[in-house]
Design a protein around this ligand. Structure first.
Ligand SMILES: Nc1ncnc2c1ncn2[C@@H]1O[C@H](COP(=O)(O)OP(=O)(O)OP(=O)(O)O)[C@@H](O)[C@H]1O
Length: 542
């Protein structure tokens, strides 16, 4: 049965790039034979090329993880007055990190002006000197979390606030005024560009919403893409089972998926917001960096979560009835649970035995790690300039969030060459098994075969990325040597000395060695690329 799945299309598109041939310098046109032991490291100061990976053996060597315990970072952003505001007097002011809330104009009680201090306070009246643009919000608040992600930490930025307070504007933004998510994506691909030659970076995107307490895939139209279940992986981290993931190679691709997901996200018009989000949206990027070093591979992984929550709302203010009312009460219910989780995590009297009510809503279950575990987390509290009660409630939430401490660790492994060999062999066995299954007509469980083929494609994507990183490293080393050789030869020619007498021949030999290794690597790269195409085609046809 043929089904179309954009994920597979993407996998295909994302991986069939043209290979640049490995540029290697060979002064004599002679590749020479590789030596068993290179005497040349001292001459060049550069390590000789490692052997091609084939043999199985020792276990994965994990570095002891770098940990960082830090408080949730909290910023507050007030939006400007808009047409939907019933009141016109602004109750807020900001100075530096401080936010001030004037007394409730509808209360007869004597009240003081309240003040709150956060990591950042962003003001939005464009004529004021402390106006913070979308770029400012990203540069001063969002960017740091991209840095952490590239260091290997899981990160999360979530926007919280009442309906119509500017969460979607802050996280998604508009075409002309992009918010944190599109700016971060574009920055990410610029950073990947800068890492070229150092690491090979792969990015996968996924996008889901939590609507009426059910998880729905925003990047798939398949019937099975609603009511997805949250499961725990072997490290006890929650994930959405069956959520489609896309390999993204550039900012245009990632923005396309963001747009596609936003287009089907549940929104509706209410009295408070003509384009109100009726669901919590979670956009995730999985970033993997592979760096080839000293005969092994360093791998850093991070999960970056960007969350645009639905807004809390008062039924009488939104004028909701029927379906809108049901949505509103589910939104409020999950936000109340989020509030209880935040309050429990922030509590001074928190004991290790205390149960944090993560499981009481789908939202807190999914964000469990981001809120109280292995993540560096930020909250941007969005507030309206006119609504006293809701603004005060949001600011109180934000104050509690500041007291949450998460313990993030760098997700880093080192896999040595032998371990890679073992993985390749193990995968080869599984592939033979899979090929056998595919050749049989009646497959017992189609979805498990699809999952296995998808895992195979992923495996070859990883290998292709790794070989790419090694080829680049080799190219760099070769360029360096070639340069050295040319400069030395020039000096010798000018001084009338013979090349053989000086050790230049040793550099030449090393270049030959690299050349041959580069050719083997290029062949490996070609084989992996062909296998990747083969399995991608199978996946597409399923
Ligand atoms: N900082 C800002 N500058 C200019 N306009 C803003 C700003 N913040 C919000 N707005 C405008 O205010 C309106 C409501 O914002 P938005 O839709 O982002 O709110 P929301 O908190 O996501 O609401 P909901 O929870 O109902 O989805 C939109 O028209 C948006 O363009």
């Amino acid at each position: 049965m043929l089904k179309t799945n954009p994920a597979r299309e993407n996998i295909k598109r994302g991986t069939t790039k043209a290979h640049s041939p490995l540029k290697l310098y060979n002064p004599n046109g002679n590749t020479g034979s590789p030596r068993s032991e290179s005497p040349l490291k001292a001459a060049s100061g550069i390590n000789p090329p490692p052997p091609v990976l084939t043999r199985p053996s020792s276990p994965l060597r994990c570095k002891s993880p770098v940990r960082d315990s830090a408080n949730v970072k909290v910023a507050v952003r007030v939006r400007p007055l808009i047409a939907e505001d019933a009141e016109v007097s602004c109750l807020l002011s900001m100075a530096g990190q401080d936010t001030f809330l004037s007394p409730d104009p509808t209360s007869t009680r004597q009240q003081e002006k309240r003040s709150f201090t956060f990591d950042k306070s962003f003001w939005s009246a464009s004529k004021d000197s402390n106006f913070a643009s979308q770029e400012d919000v990203y540069e001063l608040f969002g960017k740091e979390f991209l840095d952490h992600s590239l260091e290997g930490y899981n990160t999360c930025i979530f926007a919280y606030g009442q309906t119509g307070s500017g969460k979607s504007y802050t996280m998604m933004g508009t075409e002309s005024e992009p918010g944190i998510i599109p700016q971060l994506c574009s920055d990410l691909f610029e950073r990947i560009e800068q890492l070229q030659g150092i690491s090979s970076v792969s990015v996968r995107a996924s996008f889901c919403e939590i609507y009426n307490e059910q998880v729905r895939d925003l990047l798939s139209n398949a019937k099975t893409s609603t009511n997805l279940k949250i499961r725990e992986n072997s490290s006890r981290e929650p994930y959405v089972e069956g959520l489609s993931e896309f390999t993204v190679k550039n900012v245009a691709q990632v923005l396309k998926y963001l747009k596609q997901g936003n287009a089907i996200r549940a929104t509706a018009s209410t009295n408070m917001n003509s384009h109100s989000s009726r669901s919590h949206a979670v956009f995730s990027l999985e970033i993997r960096q592979l760096t080839y070093e000293d005969g092994g591979t360093e791998e850093k992984r991070s999960l970056l979560r960007l969350v645009d929550l639905a807004g809390s709302e008062r039924t009488n203010a939104t004028g909701a009835t029927g379906q809108r009312l049901r949505e509103g009460s589910n939104i409020n219910k999950s936000l109340v649970t989020l509030g209880r989780v935040i309050s429990a995590l922030a509590s001074d009297r928190r004991s290790t035995l205390q149960v944090i009510p993560y499981r009481e809503s789908v939202l807190t279950r999914l964000l469990q790690d981001s809120l109280g575990g292995n993540s560096k987390t930020a909250m941007i509290a969005c507030i309206s300039p006119t609504n006293y009660e809701q603004t005060l409630s949001t600011l109180r939430y934000a104050v509690q969030a500041k007291h949450i401490t998460t313990e993030a660790r760098v997700n880093q492994d080192r896999i040595d060459s032998e371990q890679q060999g073992a993985q390749i062999e193990e995968m080869q066995k599984r592939l033979n098994d899979l090929q056998l299954k595919l050749s049989k007509r009646d497959q017992p469980d189609e979805s498990s075969v699809i999952a296995k083929v998808a895992a195979t494609v992923r495996f070859y994507e990883d290998r292709a990325a790794l070989l790419e990183a090694r080829c680049r490293k080799l190219e760099q080393q070769n360029d360096l040597l070639t340069d050295k050789l040319e400069r030395t030869a020039q000096i010798l020619r000018t001084s009338g000395q013979s090349l053989a007498a000086t050790g230049v021949d040793r550099i030449q030999a090393l270049i030959s060695e690299y050349t041959q290794f580069g050719q083997t690597l290029s062949q490996d790269r070609e084989t992996v690329s062909n296998r990747l195409d083969y399995w991608t085609a199978i996946l597409e046809a399923m």
